[in-house]
Ligand binder design. Structure first.
Ligand SMILES: [Zn+2]
Length: 129
């Protein structure tokens, strides 16, 4: 059968076994610091296309694009939530958004996690014109 973690094939008489010997040994190593059951759950979610790593936490500082016809700046805000559309594109929701685009921003396009990244984007967009 196929190992849920590495994808390699292994043989076992136990039909409920999901890991190859190597992965089983690695996951049970004390230095991992996560319960093997939890890692298995994450591996299964990844395999099913259900695993999402969020770019930040709720209430983290974010920088949202503002401007009526194009991005003219970024304002500091707080992450208030997330949205994932049917294509799997993740958006970050701003808490106090007062700009003209949307309450939700696309990471790396209309919302950034640092002022430096936001300013670099603004500079890059300005140079394209
Ligand atoms: Zn494996």
């Amino acid at each position: 059968m196929e190992c849920i973690v590495c994808g390699n094939w292994f043989s076992s008489t136990d039909k409920t076994k999901k890991l190859c010997m190597t992965c089983e040994r690695v996951l049970q190593h004390p230095s991992i610091g996560i319960a093997p059951e939890r890692l298995l759950e994450l591996a299964q979610a990844e395999k099913d296309g259900r695993l999402v790593v969020l770019p930040c936490k709720i209430m983290d500082t974010i920088f949202m694009a503002v401007g009526r016809y194009g991005i003219t700046g970024f304002e500091e805000d707080r992450c208030d939530g997330f949205f994932i559309n049917r294509e799997g594109v993740l958006q970050i929701k701003a808490q106090c958004y007062s700009g003209n685009h949307a309450t939700y921003g696309l990471p790396g396009e209309t919302v950034f996690l640092t002022r430096e990244e936001a300013e670099a984007e603004l500079k890059e967009k300005g140079e394209e014109k």
